[in-house]
Write a protein of this length. Structure first.
Ligand code: M7G
Length: 320
C-alpha cells in the first residue's frame, strides 16, 4: 500500500490500472484485503513471521503477504504503558503474559499483488531449489531467450522512473540519463524502523538487464550509485556506509538494472552468497576485466518448477 511520508494514505494514482483489486492506500472495511477469498497458503515462514496467501479478489487471482514487523524502539514505552496484560502463568521469578497492544502499535505490513499472474504465485510458493551454474554461453543460449519470453512486467519500474507511482517516496534522484538513478524504499520496507532498512537504486537507462550486461563502460554508473546512494542514506537516515549491504541479485526477478541497499543487521531475503553480488566486488571485477560478467560462470538458485530450470535440465547442464 502506498503511503506518504507522514503516514497518511496517498491519493489514487492516475496510472493505476482499473481493476477490482482496490484503491491505493485505502484502509477501510471495503478494502481489497477484506474481499480476499483464501485459496491456499503458498508459504508460512513462522520464524520470519511472514505468510504468503493465494486467493481471489472478486474473481481475480491475487496474493496477499502478511508480515509482522520488528519492534520500534521509539514506541516501546508507549507499548508497555498502554497495553493490556493477561497473565498466562507465574512460577518463582518467571511469569508470561499475552500483551494486547493498542491498534496503532499492532500493525501488520500487508502487500497485495492483484491481479497476480501464475509467475507471481510461483515466486511466492515454497519449493525445492536447485543451484545452477551458468556460463556466459549458457546465458546467451538458454537464459536470455527464456527471460526475453517469460520475465515479469517492468511496468512498476517504469512507473517509478516516470514518477507515475511512488513519486512521493523518492529519497534521492540523479536525473542523468547515463549514470543517473532513483533511490526509493523497497516495498519490503515499511520505513518504520532502521533495523530492516531496504532501499533500491533503479537506473534511468533501460538497456541494462542485469549483472550479465555490465562491462567497464558501466563503471561510472555503478560508482555513482554507490557514492550518491550512500550519501543520501547517511543524510536521510543517519546510517553510514559501514552499516549497509549494497548488492545486485543474479538472477533478479526484474530485468532492469537495480541495486539493493539493505541494513547490514537485516537478514534480507536473497542476501545469501548464491544470489547477492556486492556492488564493491562488481566494481572491482569490472576494473580488472571489462568482460568479467560476459564470460564467467555465475551460480544461482532456481525453484523446482521454474521454466529456466527445465531448459538447463534439457541441455544437460544440471549437476545431479
Ligand atoms: P530483484 O532482485 O529483481 O528480485 O529485486 P527479488 O524481488 O526476487 O528480490 C526487485 C526488488 O524490487 C525486490 O526487493 C522487491 O521487493 C522490490 N519491488 C518489487 N516491486 C513490484 C516493487 C514495487 O512496486 N515498488 C517498490 N518500491 N519495490 C518493489
Amino acid at each position: 500500500m502506498a503511503e506518504s511520508e507522514n503516514g497518511s494514505p496517498t491519493k489514487r494514482l492516475k496510472t493505476d490500472a482499473e481493476n477490482d483489486c482496490g484503491d491505493v492506500g485505502v484502509l477501510s472495511s471495503g478494502s481489497p484485503v477484506s474481499d480476499f477469498e483464501i485459496t491456499r497458503i503458498l508459504r508460512d515462514g513462522a520464524r520470519e513471521k511472514i505468510i504468503f496467501i493465494q486467493g481471489k479478489v472478486k474473481d481475480q487471482d491475487a496474493v496477499v503477504i502478511l508480515e509482522k514487523t520488528p519492534f520500534r524502539q521509539d514506541t516501546l514505552s508507549e507499548l508497555l504503558k498502554n497495553s493490556q496484560l493477561k497473565l498466562e502463568m507465574k512460577n518463582d521469578v518467571y511469569s508470561t503474559y499475552q500483551l494486547q497492544a493498542p491498534a496503532h502499535l499492532n500493525e501488520i505490513k500487508t502487500t497485495l499483488v492483484c491481479p497476480a499472474t501464475e509467475k507471481h504465485i510461483k515466486k511466492y510458493l515454497q519449493q525445492e531449489v536447485f543451484l545452477v551454474e551458468e556460463s556466459g554461453e549458457d546465458y546467451r543460449n538458454l537464459t536470455l531467450p527464456y527471460i526475453n519470453s517469460q520475465s515479469f512486467s517492468l511496468q512498476w519500474v517504469h512507473n517509478v522512473l516516470e514518477k507515475k507511482a511512488e513519486a512521493d517516496r523518492i529519497v534521492f534522484e540523479d536525473p542523468d540519463p547515463d549514470i543517473g538513478f532513483i533511490l526509493s524504499p523497497d516495498f519490503k520496507w515499511d520505513k518504520k524502523q532502521l533495523q530492516d532498512l531496504y532501499l533500491l537504486a533503479i537506473v534511468h537507462r533501460r538497456d541494462v538487464k542485469s549483472l550479465r550486461d555490465l562491462t567497464s563502460e558501466h563503471l561510472p554508473l555503478l560508482k555513482n550509485i554507490r557514492s550518491k546512494g550512500e550519501d543520501a542514506i547517511r543524510q536521510q537516515y543517519g546510517v553510514p556506509p559501514s552499516k549497509l549491504r549494497v548488492y545486485l541479485h543474479y538472477q533478479p526477478s526484474y530485468y532492469h538494472l537495480h541495486v539493493h541497499f539493505t541494513s547490514l543487521e537485516y537478514d534480507a531475503p536473497g542476501c545469501g552468497v548464491e544470489r547477492a553480488h556486492l556492488l564493491s566486488d562488481v566494481i572491482q571485477n569490472l576494473q580488472a576485466d571489462s568482460s568479467f560478467y560476459y564470460n564467467r560462470s555465475l551460480a544461482f538458485p532456481l525453484r523446482a518448477d521454474d521454466g529456466l530450470l527445465a531448459r538447463f535440465k534439457e541441455a544437460g547442464k544440471l549437476k545431479t
